[in-house]
Design a protein around this ligand. Structure first.
Ligand SMILES: [Zn+2]
Length: 278
């Protein structure tokens, strides 16, 4: 606000009496609402004036290949307030951070908890590994700079029941045999352990859209919304598959977090968190 105060002082000296009287009433409230820090990011802890739109690459891809569904049919996808301007965390990362901070508060801090994060998002990964009772490991098939390079459908490097907590966000829509991947996630989680598993879900679909004929990058953009996605999930189908892998599935929505918390953190009110338990 210091800069605004200076501008106000300079304008006061320069402007005629009429504008001086109206400046405070009309112009300043507008400038304040434009620049006020009215949102918060639970990943990096910053307060921000606004979140940023989805990446150009994605928006261009939808337009270029004629993605067939409106973006607002996706569950948990605030493409307008998508990225934190400070740490780049997406709205779903912010949702996970809200939940994890809540759950971490309730953990017994004298113990250590083994946490595995698949396809880690940089800022969220930094947040999770900053807790000293968390023994953090990252894993992915393609990404560099992860602790383990693994194929999620076959992870012999991890023995049965080895992790207390897991996060697997926006991975399974890239995996042909997603049920096998879910069974592997179930196998490596300890009994009593829990985790967040999320995929893009289209709320209007009755059954997941997956078709072996859709293999070109252009077609995958058109029907699944990204060049390397192999399906578009329906909500019921996703829950059914997680259950078939052995998980108990819990859904946390705005009733759990509150309207105010969702609004403040730039999360749409229809967003849903999928938490699995073994
Ligand atoms: Zn942030």
């Amino acid at each position: 606000m210091k800069i605004m105060d200076h501008i106000f002082k300079i304008m006061k000296c320069l402007l005629p009496e009429f504008f001086k009287r109206h400046l405070k009433k009309i112009i300043l409230p507008h400038l304040n609402s434009r620049y006020q820090k009215k949102y918060g990011c639970p990943v990096c802890g910053s307060t921000v004036a606004d979140f940023k739109l989805l990446y150009d690459g994605h928006l261009n891809g939808y337009a270029q290949y004629g993605y067939i569904y409106p973006l607002y049919y996706w569950e948990t996808f605030n493409f307008v307030k998508y990225r934190c301007p400070q740490c780049d965390a997406s709205d779903r990362d912010r949702l996970y951070a809200l939940f994890l901070r809540k759950k971490f508060d309730a953990l017994d801090k004298s113990k250590k908890y083994k946490f595995i994060d698949f396809a880690p998002a940089p800022a969220l990964s930094k947040m999770i590994s900053s807790f000293n009772f968390i023994e953090y490991r990252s894993a992915d098939l393609m990404m560099e700079h992860v602790d383990d390079r693994v194929d999620i459908t076959n992870m012999p490097i991890y023995s049965d029941n080895s992790f207390d907590l897991l996060l697997c966000s926006h991975v399974l829509e890239h995996v042909e045999n997603d049920l096998r991947a879910m069974k592997e996630l179930y196998r490596i989680l300890k009994p009593g352990g829990w985790g967040i598993i999320m995929v893009p879900i289209l709320i209007t679909l009755e059954k997941s859209h997956e078709d072996p004929a859709i293999i070109s990058e252009a077609d995958r953009w058109k029907y699944y919304g990204q060049h390397d996605h192999v399906r578009m999930y329906s909500k019921g189908d996703f829950i059914e598959r997680l259950s078939a892998a052995g998980f108990k599935v819990h859904l946390y929505d705005v009733n759990y977090f509150s309207e105010e918390v969702f609004e403040y953190n730039g999360i749409l009110s229809g967003s849903v968190l999928y938490v699995v338990e073994k």
